[in-house]
Ligand binder design. Structure first.
Ligand code: NAP
Length: 295
């Protein structure tokens, strides 16, 4: 269809969101004397995870959010990790907790995630947050899907009634993405490694969210003309899960890789950290009260 689809510039929206977070962090500090604080936990010595955490911490610092880093050795077991997370959950000086995924196969990651107090789950990984995303109510959005919803809203993409295909069903990305889209009244199909005829599902989609981790799995010719394409995949060499050049010949809007979904993930994390800090203050003080935060 279009040879020039609109680029959904997550990098630009993330800059604006981070500036807003910085303003809110400054206001929170001047009103309470406390800096919004994000605790980060890294288990093991995976290089990519260490890089992600450092990047998140740098952005947090730039937005006026204090970070507290906890490094745990690869030999850490579930009990020790749960104890660490629980201590941070109980610490009144910590407003948000990020437990970097993956934590190592010998650890029960679900149990560790669920040790995060729901009101500090600014990465949106606990069962409580998932319930909020699915059923409604108070809770945080998983950061990547939450960031994608922010991006769709910013560009005025109509989600209600849209035929939407989410490719991938991971607990941090595909499943919460499907839940948030369903809450926005999309008609949602979730595809995964056992899906038959992936191309046929994608060909019927007004909105495609690729969240797989396989370079250019989604071929340009599968895209319905005029569809909106969100590529959450990030593979070595800055390659997404979608054949960008091919999809750009048919899509009406598409996210670049990099500069699309990635920056919005971090911006959502920081914005939700400020939400958590504000909600931690007794509403009777007049500063802020709890609010429903799941998108
Ligand atoms: P994951 O846990 O490995 O999940 C991958 C999903 O893709 C699984 O549900 C899997 O199906 C499905 N899948 C695998 N091969 C498939 C195929 N041939 N056809 C259809 N579905 C297939 O990955 P993840 O953590 O969700 O991450 C997915 C991608 O997003 C990765 O590239 C990752 O780097 C990226 N990511 C980006 C951000 C960001 O901020 N931009 C954040 C997180 C992740 P089964 O369930 O059947 O195995």
């Amino acid at each position: 269809m279009s040879t020039n689809p609109l680029l959904l510039r997550g990098d630009l929206l993330a800059d604006a969101t981070n500036s807003d977070s910085a303003r809110r962090a400054t206001r929170f500090h001047s009103e309470t004397g406390v800096r919004p604080t994000l605790a980060t936990i890294l288990v093991g010595d995976d290089l990519a995870s260490a890089t992600y955490v450092r990047m998140k911490e740098r952005r947090a610092t730039r937005a006026g959010i204090r970070t507290r880093h906890v490094d745990l050795p690869a030999s850490t077991d579930t009990t020790r990790l749960v104890d660490t997370v629980a201590a941070l959950s109980d610490d009144p000086d910590v407003h948000g907790i990020l437990l970097q995924h993956p934590v190592g196969e010998h650890i029960d990651e679900r149990t560790a995630f669920d040790a995060i107090a729901p009101q500090k789950d600014v990465d949106g990984v606990t069962s409580a947050s998932f319930a909020a995303m699915t059923l409604g109510g108070t809770g945080f959005a998983s950061c990547t899907p939450g960031g994608i919803i922010r991006l769709l809203d910013h560009y005025g993409v109509t989600v209600r009634g849209a035929n939407t295909v989410v490719i991938g069903r991971s607990p941090i990305l595909g499943k919460p993405m499907a839940a948030l889209l369903l809450r926005r009244d999309a008609t949602v199909t979730v595809c995964h490694s056992r899906t038959r005829n992936l191309a046929d599902h994608i060909a019927a989609a007004d909105l495609v969210v690729a969240a797989v981790g396989q370079p250019e799995l989604v071929r340009g010719e599968w895209i319905k003309p005029g569809a909106v394409v969100i590529d959450a995949g990030y593979n070595p060499g800055n390659v997404g899960d979608v054949d960008f050049a091919g999809a750009s010949r048919r899509a009406s809007m598409i996210t670049p890789v990099p500069g699309g979904v990635g920056p919005m993930t971090i911006a959502t994390l920081l914005s939700q950290t400020i939400d958590a800090a504000e909600a931690s203050v007794d509403s009777s003080s007049g500063v802020a009260g709890p609010r429903p935060t799941a998108e």
